[in-house]
Structure formats: structure tokens, C-alpha cells
Design a binder for this molecule. Sequence first.
Ligand SMILES: Cc1cc2nc3c(=O)[nH]c(=O)nc-3n(C[C@H](O)[C@H](O)[C@H](O)COP(=O)(O)OP(=O)(O)OC[C@H]3O[C@@H](n4cnc5c(N)ncnc54)[C@H](O)[C@@H]3O)c2cc1C
Length: 429
Amino acid sequence: MLINHSYSLELPLMDQADVLVIGAGPAGICAAVAAARQGSRVVLVERSGAVGGNLTLGHIRTCMGIVGPGTMKEEIGELLGTGGACVPHNVEEAKFALTDWLHKNGVIVYLQTPMAEVWTEGNRVRGVVVSTPQGLARVEAVCTVDATGDGMAAALAGAPFQVGRPKDGLMQPASLLFTIGGVESALVCTHESDDTPVGGQSYLALCEQANREGVLPEDVTIVRLYGGERPGERMVNATQLCRVDGTKPSDIARSDWELRRQIHQVVEFLREKIPGFERCYLLDGADFPGFRETRRIEGEYILTEEDILEGKTFPDVLVHRANFCFDTHNPAGGGQAEDLETARSTRPYDIPYRCFLPLKVENLLVAGRCISGTHKAHSSYRVMNICMAMGEAAGIAAALSVRRSISPRRLDVREIQAALIAGGVALFD
Ligand SMILES: Cc1cc2nc3c(=O)[nH]c(=O)nc-3n(C[C@H](O)[C@H](O)[C@H](O)COP(=O)(O)OP(=O)(O)OC[C@H]3O[C@@H](n4cnc5c(N)ncnc54)[C@H](O)[C@@H]3O)c2cc1C
């Protein structure tokens, strides 16, 4: 079927932005506020009914990853009431705290307004088409930041991208996080390295046995239990579905159905097999399945696992001393893809500006988990604190490109660095 895009010119103009940010996850909200603080008129469009992305609606309650001092990660930590520590935040409180922050910083926010198409002239992004409760409309922008997590705007605009691991293109599995209440045990187990005896047996061995016996789902070999916000609660990161693509509508629905079925299986396992969990119950869960990995947009530079192992610094650094383990959930089965030693071999590394600049497309930046990097490098930089720092840097770059009336690719990176440093961000040792 031939789709005629020419109709887009007839669409009503919903808004005009200096900087348009697509997606209000950890990267998008920081990009929006950072650009607004540079004096840009900023429009933020979000497909969901609340801001925060995985940090709120995805029920990812612990912001992980390290970055150098002075980034917006610290400000968000204050807003979430965690002080930036890796402790659970309240996702309901976070929805208000973050939306209040956006509005108070002058960002124009549109919710339930998914971007449906990118509006280009040649290789230049001029704005996007959004689907609103009043029908399709367009938003015009001088510079756009793709913070969709999926790199959707960049891909639609024609930027090349990579998907999955090199050998077979398989991506990390999808999971749906949930919280249980009614726990009468001190047990937590956040990782394969975190075994604890329960009733004289290894907790991890009990999980593996339950998987072999079909008590737990096929790809679930570990039920990760994190401390909750209140006594008697645990956040559960256990459900898992491999071989799904989070950009395919049919896979999204299948994942949602299967992972919600798995929640009941996991709760049943805990009740029957784990002392102190006999009376646990499902309290709440994510609004949608979490896809750890989808498109990785190809940029001027592709960050690699070698860079991370080496702790590489770059002259065009925008995020300094980023660090998190290689957290590759097995794309083809249960558990992790890497042994513990390999996973923990990362060293604090820089993320250069070139990773935010998609090839072949002008007036567009990417930020968050869809930046330019390899499958394994992505498993480290995808965590939320690092995404926030990326968003902040991309937002400043977008605002400066508007001020200079040039595409972000032509900006002098030293100007972006100077603005970050002026805001208190450490970029060099
Ligand atoms: C199961 C799971 C567990 C995880 N655990 C942790 C953890 O414990 N700690 C941690 O720090 N990280 C964790 N992560 C990783 C982390 O949550 C993500 O990598 C991170 O949220 C990425 O941030 P982002 O801003 O790039 O994308 P997202 O958080 O995905 O935000 C993207 C936003 O863009 C919006 N959007 C997408 N498409 C459109 C569109 N077309 N139009 C408008 N809006 C759009 C989305 O609705 C969303 O709000 C986990 C991820 C998953 C999936």
C-alpha cells in the first residue's frame, strides 16, 4: 500500500518550538529542562498519560548508574526524595514531582500525544506529526531531540540504526516489573551474585529448581527481590520474555499478555516455596512491558565495550565518568549473558557528543538508551542516571544550535562543554 505523506502539510499547527523533545523519560525530561534553562521555547510531547517513562510508568524504582558530579541526576534525586542514592522512589509521587518541575521550568508539555511521523525537508527535520485526542497535528521545531528510547524519530527521519547482538540480532529480553506486599521475611536477592540461604537451602538453587520443574516460566531462572518502599514489600524483577521486538505492535501485546501471566506464576512460586512469603500478594505493577533494548541509532561515533573496558576519555566528552556494569540479560534464555567478572569489568568512561548525532539527518539529536553504541556498551549506559546526564547534554546542545542557527552537527562542542561546566557539571579530571 502506498502511503501519501503529502497530506501532512495540510495538518493544523499545534505548536512551534525552538527545541522539540520527543518522549518524557529520564533522558527527555532532562533534555527539555536543560534546553529551557538556555532560553529556548521547549515543547515536550509524550505518548503516555504521565511523564517519567520507565522511571514512573515502567515501575523502575531504582535509578542506577554513576556519572561525574554536578549533573541533573542529582537534581532528580532531590525531586524523587532519594538524594540520588540507589533506593526505591515512589512512582506516584514522582509523576507529580517531575511534571511540576517541567512546568516550573517553562517546558510546554503535551501528554497522550504520540509522535506518529517525522516531518522532513530533504535530510533536515522540520518537526513531527503527532496524534492528539483532536486528531493529527504538526509541531514545528528548529531542533528536535529524540528521547523515545526506541530512536523512533531518528529512524523515521532516515538515520541508520542497529538492533540486537552482533551474532543473531537478538535483543535483551522484555520484563514487566511489579511489587508485592505481605512479605514476612528479610529476604532480598538483587542479582546472581546475591545468594542467601532460605530454610537451609540456597535461594538461587530453589529458583533454578523451580524453573527446571516448570513451576517458574521457561526463561525465568532467578526471581530478583529488591527491598520495597515500605516494610513487607518487595519489588520483583523476574518476568522475562526473550525474542521479542519492542517496536513491533504485535510483540508488544504478546509481551504484555505473557508477562502479566508470568506475574501470577512468580507470586505462586514465592507463596509455595519461600518461607515468609506465604501471604504475599500482588500490590501493583508497570503499565507496560519494559523493553531493555530496541534500536540503537548509528551516530558519528559508536561507543564500544572496548571503550568502556578501557575507561576511555574523549575530547568531545558530554557525559563524564559514566559507569555501570555490563548488565546484559540473556537474550536467549534465563539469567545474565555474561559471567560476573566480565560484567563488573567496566571502568568510568566518557560518552562523546558524536554518539548523540545521528548519521544522515540534520537538526536532530538522540539522547537516552537509543544513542549510538554497541549491544554490549548499551547494556551499561542504558541505566537511568546515565540517561539523565545524556538528556541534559543533548538539551543544551539543541538550545545552542537554535541560538547559533546551525545544525547540531556544526556546533563547536567546546561551547556545549562550557555551558555544562557553567552549570556545575564536571567534564574533565
Ligand atoms: C525491565 C527493565 C528493568 C530495568 N531496571 C533498571 C533499574 O533498576 N535501574 C535503572 O536505572 N535502569 C533500569 N532499566 C533501564 C532504564 O529504565 C531505561 O534504559 C531508561 O529508562 C531509558 O531512558 P530513556 O529516557 O532513554 O527512555 P524511557 O524511559 O523508555 O522513556 C522514553 C519515553 O518516550 C516516550 N515515547 C516513546 N515513543 C514515543 C512517541 N512516538 N511519541 C511520544 N513519546 C514517546 C515513552 O512513552 C517514554 O515516556 C530497566 C529497564 C527495563 C526495561
